[in-house]
Design a protein around this ligand. Structure first.
Ligand SMILES: N[C@@H](CCC(=O)N[C@@H](CS)C(=O)NCC(=O)O)C(=O)O
Length: 208
């Protein structure tokens, strides 16, 4: 299998698929395509019809879009979703909510692993979205949202990194959850790779 990802410092969607595959212990090759360079779109289209990362290539099968990749992985690794049907429905709901929602958090607290911007981006519309995430995380069963690691944790991992960059205060249960995610060896590896990258994408450096 090949997973095509973007810059590790910035590409929150790439992280979701990559983290799930690593935590599952899957063997895969990784291709990093730096985004928003003159050749990026042409290179991305060789793998992803949408021209976006992440894209998983499994033989002749190309799967693009983070949530579709997580579902593809879960077909082989059912433990990627909770085994209880009701919890599974909730995990899918909050994952879909992450996938389609939180536009203000995305825009004003871009993932930027290398940077620290305490207090930046705290507009009312961002704070309202953070409050919703706190609600979701407050039901965390520990150490991850549904006990063991699931696709829902992969979906929220970039939010953990955003809260680290922008130093968002969290209640204890959410702080414990964020620390558990940050302690994942796979996430530590991703963060180390991000630190080593040299590209700077101005559109993600709004608060630099
Ligand atoms: N809904 C998609 C979003 C993918 C996405 O927007 N990826 C960004 C990087 S994080 C991208 O590939 N941008 C390159 C471009 O738009 O040219 C998913 O969940 O995978």
């Amino acid at each position: 299998m090949l997973l095509v990802v973007g810059n590790k410092n910035y590409s929150s969607w790439s992280l979701r698929a990559w983290l799930a595959m690593k935590v599952l212990g899957m063997h895969f090759r990784e291709l990093r395509i730096p985004l928003y360079q003159p050749e990026s779109r042409r290179e991305l289209l060789q793998y992803s019809p949408a021209g976006k990362v992440p894209c998983l290539v499994d033989g002749e099968t190309h799967v693009w879009d983070s949530l579709a990749i997580l579902e593809y992985l879960a077909e082989r690794n059912p433990a990627l979703w909770p085994s209880d049907a009701s919890l599974r429905a909730r995990a899918r709901s909050i994952s879909a909510e992450m996938h389609s929602g939180f536009p203000n958090l995305r825009q004003h607290m871009c993932m930027n692993i290398r940077k620290r911007h305490p207090g930046k981006g705290r507009r009312p519309e961002v704070l309202a979205e953070i409050a919703r995430i706190v609600d979701i995380w407050s039901e965390c069963r520990g150490p991850y949202l549904f006990g063991g690691f699931t696709a829902a944790d992969a979906m929220y991992a970039p939010v953990v990194l955003r809260f680290r960059t922008y130093e968002v205060d969290l209640p204890p249960v959410c702080r414990d959850y964020a620390e558990a995610v940050l302690a994942l060896p796979a996430l530590q590896d991703w963060m180390r790779d991000a630190e080593r990258e040299t590209e700077v994408l101005p559109q993600f450096e709004l608060y630099a």
